[in-house]
Design a protein around this ligand. Structure first.
Ligand code: FAD
Length: 471
């Protein structure tokens, strides 16, 4: 019997996998396929940290499919040509796959649908709701988060998740690439040590983290989520990005926990993800161009030395450096600190938000076209429902408020480890003998700030005010 193909893309799991489910329902043998299409000069090809994650996630998926009776075929090349080729080789006339909000994937879908005719089925696997099902009363797209979230909540929640199949009638396997040969893992230097220490990619790892967070973290989430030194958030973002757990599964799992403000806030965070996905669906240029067109005229600076210092966590501003080093070591950064480091780059240094977005893209294990672009534009003030232009995060006050004891800074910036909490967020203001006692020599053991925060702030405010006037 000719098989049906399941084309895995952004949904590397077996449970709540509507494409896989529909394929099994046909009663035909199932051929699972994953295509690595990274040969083009695509600007948003997966970055280093994403490739590391993808390797491990695919290894886990291969294993779970095999345990159910199916073999994952791996192919590398142009997605559309490859899926059409696999269909030709096997005689399959039906391909089931997950939908994506990524503009490139949408273009490829159109081409694949044309190549495969009526047998191309795209199912919703990555978002809670189909982006076209959440619209304003006038039928338009939402550009403000709160009414968008309220509209989602009014839909009454996503459908109950589908169970994972116990067995799959696997099709005769095709010749497959070897995952190891794809070179997704770093060679030398091996920069992935911290990633290995921090994460367990794959569906089982995702479920374990989700259960642990919902059982032990959710009740304290409302407060703890803002404090980067605490394990106060779920750290599920990379698992969600690779679709190792679906947003719908999480929604329903959360709703099996006691109701209350913490649960509501968590659901609303999932809706921020949904909002960003929705924005990208309606504004495919979101990763590259400001949603507010007047921001194209922003007089950004070209401070390459500042950008380098920011990337390396050597700006001399402790909470910024702590965040950037957490990112480099673990492939992840706490949300509060993401806002602080992003604000520092685009406002204090006046560097284009796209430079920060590109660095996050390469280094985050949860790098997500929609959430990354949506949040960078939000911080820069040029996006949907953006932070007001005059909101410039003060890294000293943010540090004092959300890392009052300096535990987070001490963890990631050990050079300041012996500095007391009163001075840890602004060591340049500490008395000389305090610095000496703590073994800190500014400009030697730890950098002096690369920008005067007051001057940087005024410069940004002036530029932003000019843009506003010209709008
Ligand atoms: C400049 C900047 C860039 C960002 N880039 C990304 C990115 O590339 N990928 C990404 O997944 N998130 C991004 N975020 C959003 C947010 O920082 C992360 O989703 C969050 O830190 C992930 O940690 P968590 O899973 O513990 O979150 P939790 O607090 O446990 O939240 C649960 C889930 O809700 C979603 N979520 C929470 N906050 C946001 C948000 N502000 N926007 C969108 N979704 C959200 C995530 O899927 C997250 O896993 C960015 C934020 C900023 C300020």
């Amino acid at each position: 019997m000719t098989p049906v193909i399941v084309w895995f893309r952004d949904d590397l799991r077996l449970s709540d996998q509507s494409a896989l489910h529909a394929a099994i329902e046909t009663g035909r043998p199932v051929l699972p396929v994953f295509i690595l299409d990274d040969g083009s000069a695509e600007r948003w090809a997966p970055g280093g940290a994403s490739r590391w994650w993808l390797h491990h996630s695919l290894a886990a998926l291969q294993q779970s499919l095999q345990e159910c009776g199916a073999r994952l075929t791996l192919r590398r090349g142009d997605s559309v040509a490859t899926i059409a080729d696999v269909a030709r080789q096997t005689g399959a006339v039906e391909v089931f796959t997950g939908g994506s909000v990524d503009p490139r994937a949408r273009r490829l879908d159109q081409a694949a649908a044309a190549a495969l005719g009526g047998g191309f089925h795209r199912m919703r696997t990555t978002t809670l709701f189909h982006p076209d099902s959440v619209r304003t009363k006038a039928g338009g797209a939402y550009s403000v988060y709160t009414p968008f979230a309220n509209a989602c909540l009014a839909l009454g929640g996503p459908k109950a998740p589908l169970p994972a199949p116990r067995t799959i009638r696997g099709a005769d396997p095709l010749v497959s690439d070897c995952l190891e040969d794809w070179g997704l893992l770093p060679g030398k230097p091996d920069w992935a040590v911290g990633l290995r220490e921090t994460w367990t990619p794959g569906e089982a790892g995702a479920m374990e983290r989700a259960e642990a967070f919902l059982d032990h973290g959710l009740s304290g989430y409302a407060v703890a989520r803002d404090h980067p030194a605490h394990d106060g958030t779920s750290m599920l973002s990379p698992h969600l990005h690779f679709g190792e757990i679906s947003a719908s599964q999480l929604w329903h799992m959360a709703h099996r926990r006691p109701a209350g403000p913490a649960r509501d806030i968590f659901i609303r965070e999932l809706l921020w993800r949904e909002f960003c996905a929705n924005l990208l669906w309606h504004h495919p240029a979101l990763p590259d161009a400001p949603l507010k067109p007047e921001f194209a005229k922003m007089p950004w600076r070209d401070d390459q030395a500042g950008l380098r210092a920011w990337r390396r966590g050597q700006t001399g501003v402790p909470i910024v450096d702590a965040g950037m080093r957490q990112l480099w070591h673990t492939g992840w950064m706490h949300n509060r600190v993401r806002m602080i480091v992003a604000s520092f780059l685009v406002k204090h240094l006046m560097m284009p938000w796209q430079d920060g977005e590109a660095w996050f893209w390469d280094t985050l294990v949860d790098a997500d076209l929609a959430s990354n672009a949506g949040n960078w534009q939000w911080v820069a003030g040029c996006g949907a429902d953006a932070a007001p232009y005059f909101r410039i995060f003060n890294p000293i006050l943010q540090g004092k408020k959300f890392d009052a004891d300096g535990v987070y800074v001490r963890q990631w910036v050990p050079e300041l480890g012996r500095l007391d909490p009163r001075h840890i967020h602004a060591p340049w203001d500490a008395p000389a003998d305090t610095l000496t006692r703590a073994g800190v020599s500014l400009g030697n053991t730890y950098p002096k700030p690369i920008v005067d925060l007051g001057i940087g702030r005024s410069r940004a405010l002036e530029a932003y005010a000019r843009i506003r006037e010209s709008a």
